[in-house]
Design a binder for this molecule. Structure first.
Ligand SMILES: [Zn+2]
Ligand SMILES: [Zn+2]
Ligand SMILES: [Zn+2]
Ligand SMILES: [Zn+2]
Length: 154
């Protein structure tokens, strides 16, 4: 569980009175969006789809929806195939000493209000009545921002 999401959920539960003026903590730090790529994305399943997952008509085989291009934040991490442990860098698993395999964690680029739970797939300004950020543009981030490996590189 990451604290960024917890804060959003708690704030929504408190209502606007309890949340007025409150800032979301910058801990864990938000994702630095260091690598952004345009990928094929299935709007039906809400996942990025590889070429192998498309049928002859260019549709996603699972749902027959045509993918669209969407921006994703890409973060490399290393996974132990034996025990499932994750590590930032390459090498051997700290737990079972198996060689780690590089993986890419893809997270959709989204836009969020820093002051309320407002979120959108497209750039927009907050239109939430009573929000301190009303009229201000949403901040660009990724859907998994704050959850490793989607954090700022130290
Ligand atoms: Zn699909
Ligand atoms: Zn392991
Ligand atoms: Zn807002
Ligand atoms: Zn990210």
């Amino acid at each position: 569980m990451n604290r960024f999401r917890t804060a959003v959920i708690l704030a929504a539960g408190l209502g606007w009175a309890g949340f007025a003026g409150a800032r979301l903590p910058d801990d864990p730090p938000a994702c630095d969006l260091a690598t952004i790529a345009s990928l094929d994305y299935c709007p039906g399943c809400q996942i990025p789809v590889e070429k192998e997952a498309l049928n002859k008509k260019g549709e996603h085989v699972d749902c027959e929806t045509r993918p669209v291009k969407a921006d994703f934040c890409l973060k490399t991490f290393h996974l132990c195939a034996a025990c499932g442990a994750r590590a930032e860098g390459p090498g051997k698993c700290a737990t079972c000493k198996t060689n780690l395999v590089p993986q890419v964690a893809k997270s959709k680029i989204v836009y969020r209000c820093k002051n309320c739970a407002g979120r959108s797939d497209q750039p927009k300004a907050c239109d939430q009545e009573g929000c301190e950020g009303k009229g201000k543009p949403y901040a660009k981030t990724c859907a998994d921002s704050g959850a490793p490996p989607h954090v700022r590189k130290k």
